[in-house]
Design a protein around this ligand. Structure first.
Ligand SMILES: [Zn+2]
Length: 76
């Protein structure tokens, strides 16, 4: 007899199983993953964007050396 195992990803915030993506983000050299539906993924992006809008853009090597905290948000 064959066995079929089905894995369903659900949103870590609201619990829905529709169109869930795994998001990764980094803060203080630690990487985190969270599974989010489109609504909560948009919420995560909006929170990050709110801080990014008020931040100074850093480019080049000097910026990387000075960076004390790093956050990168993207879906997989
Ligand atoms: Zn959700």
């Amino acid at each position: 007899m064959a066995t079929v195992t089905q894995v369903t990803r659900t949103c870590d915030v609201c619990g829905t199983a529709e169109d869930v993506l795994t998001w990764t983000f980094q803060l203080d050299s630690k990487t985190y993953e969270t599974d989010l539906c489109p609504i909560d993924g948009k919420g995560l992006n909006e929170v990050a964007a709110g801080y990014i809008a008020k931040a100074r853009k850093v480019t080049g090597r000097q910026g990387r050396r000075r960076a004390a905290k790093v956050i990168t948000v993207r879906p997989r």
